[in-house]
Design a protein around this ligand. Structure first.
Ligand code: NAD
Ligand code: UGA
Length: 461
């Protein structure tokens, strides 16, 4: 039996470890966190994150070989392998503010491991970190002076929220970076063996530590770059009567380009894309590569442009004033099938509409609590409504901001009849049947396609 510990019971720790537990019943897995409420929620029937399929796996493993705890120190001392999946947000102060990764939680964890260890251990970076962080981690851990040895590995996580269970059960690849020393190779092999319980060996890639750390930032930067690229083209489509879906389909059929991650949208959100790209930008600046930094920075700038463009198109289409107008936002989560609202474009649009004094109503099947929390003070000025029909009642406009499949099933005829006329739909996810909505009487504004409107005012001229 191996004692596995995961520090950080967030989206990553909380969705990866139950799956390891389910595949490796012979190992004991403990997930610890300093956040008592989070741990209590993991121990309850109401898990702190909404992730399809996860409840069942947690129910099957919890109390058998999967445990949740706030006793970080005690569990560190018992562990053989420690995964660290604490948060690594963008630093908001001092040198690198607004771009660099804030490593305070990370470093605290390293020191805590050091203080509570009485045996040698493998420490695995699961959080997304700047390249060469493992070096600092190794220095801290191996400064113990009592003969303990720590091998630090990089094992970045590539799962996406909403499909975390599927991604972890059947990953495209597992990446493990380690040192080219004898004990480094042994540590890598131990982790390979753990994953090989359910992941085919040819999908387990090993690399040097720095390649592994950097690959995680680069993977997110490339994914986000594709979205910014198609979103940039969506703006041009709106001017030229080209249809961005048709363009994406046409280019995606080229195997060299590929069809994934070409869905034009109101913008990408989530806790990682922006933070990881800014971190990459900071690293490039740090290493004296300003041209490379500017190149990647543009991916984030394009995303901010897309969000702002969406909100200002709404205002312009609604006769340049939305003050006092009820506007229903369908979706607050940054994507479907998650309750996560971190960096959600829906909340960016909400903020922009509130600035114009709109009367904003938000509806979302799972993310209202987080939306209210993330909006902070502004939440006071927003109505939260579970029922989308009530949210749309007497509204001048609806904006589809999260691609929840529920929103394709609604009775839009009923919604149209309950709205103020002219009624507007701004589809920030190109989710709905626009022609049908137009025939019902809606003025329809998709992303990257000509609007379907009977109004003379054109916002896209
Ligand atoms: P999260 O904020 O949901 O969870 C992190 C948890 O760590 C929090 O519950 C926090 O209380 C806990 N924590 C912080 N310091 C601690 C300490 N000293 N001891 C114990 N617990 C501590 O974050 P997340 O979304 O799970 O992301 C974690 C890391 O994984 C980040 O580096 C992120 O970039 C990366 N990542 C996230 C995703 C994702 O989909 N969310 C995917 C891949 C990688
Ligand atoms: C992303 C990556 O896909 C994961 O591989 C990575 O592990 C993770 O970041 C991370 O490091 O946190 P995630 O942010 O959970 O996962 O979700 P994605 O499916 O990548 O979507 C991100 C955003 O892009 C969402 O707002 C989504 O709606 C948007 N998106 C995605 C588009 O607008 N168009 C697309 O074609 C795809």
């Amino acid at each position: 039996m191996t004692n596995i510990l995961c520090i950080g019971a967030g989206y990553v720790g909380g969705s990866t470890m139950p799956i390891i537990a389910s595949h490796c019943p012979e190992h004991r897995i403990v997930i610890v966190d300093i956040n008592e409420n989070r741990i209590a929620a993991w121990q309850s029937d109401q898990l702190p994150i909404y992730e399809p399929g996860l409840d069942e796996i947690v129910r099957q493993t919890r109390g058998k070989n999967l445990f949740f705890s706030t006793e970080v120190d005690r569990h560190i001392s018992e562990a053989d392998i420690i995964f660290v999946s604490v948060n690594t947000p963008t630093k908001m102060f001092g040198k690198g503010a607004g771009k660099a990764a804030d490593l305070q939680y990370w470093e605290k964890t390293a020191r805590q491991i050091l203080e509570n260890s009485t045996s040698s251990k493998i420490v695995v970076e699961k959080s997304t970190l700047p390249v060469r962080t493992a070096e600092a981690m190794e220095r801290i851990l191996n400064s113990n002076g009592n003969g303990l040895h720590f091998d630090v590995l990089s094992n970045p996580e590539f799962l996406a929220e909403g499909t975390a269970v599927r991604d972890m059960q059947n990953p495209d690849r597992v990446l493990i970076g380690g040192r080219e020393t004898e004990s480094g190779r042994k540590a890598v092999e131990a982790l390979v063996e753990l994953y090989a319980t359910w992941v085919p060996r040819d999908r387990i890639i090993t690399a040097n530590l720095w390649s592994s750390e950097l690959s995680k930032l680069v993977a997110n930067a490339f994914l986000a770059q594709r979205i910014s690229s198609i979103n940039a083209i969506s703006a041009l489509c709106e001017k030229t009567e080209a249809d961005v879906n048709e363009v994406a389909h046409a280019i995606g059929r080229d195997a060299r380009i590929g069809r994934y991650f070409l869905r034009a949208s109101v913008g990408f959100g989530g806790s990682c894309f922006k933070k990881d790209i800014l971190n990459l930008v900071y690293l490039c600046e740090h290493y004296g590569l300003p041209e490379v930094a500017r190149y990647w920075e543009q991916v984030v700038a394009m995303n901010e442009y897309q969000e702002a463009r969406f909100a200002s198109n709404m205002v312009a289409s609604m006769f340049n004033t939305i003050a006092g107008k009820r506007i229903a936002l369908f979706g607050a989560a940054f994507k479907a099938n998650t309750n996560d609202t971190r960096e959600s474009p829906a909340l960016e649009v909400c903020r922009a509409l509130l600035e114009e004094h709109a009367d904003v109503v938000i509806t979302d099947p799972h993310a209202m609590e987080n939306a209210s929390h993330d909006l902070g003070e502004l939440a006071k000025h927003v109505t939260f409504e579970h029922d989308p029909y009530i949210a749309a009642n007497h509204a001048h406009a609806i904006a589809i901001l999260t691609e929840w499949s529920q929103y394709t099933q609604l009775d839009y005829e009923r919604i149209y009849n309950s709205m103020v006329k002219p009624a507007f739909i701004f589809d920030g996810r190109n989710l709905l049947d626009h022609k049908k909505l137009y025939e019902m009487g809606f003025n329809v504004y998709p992303i990257g396609k000509p609007p379907l409107t009977r109004l003379i005012t054109s916002t896209h001229a």
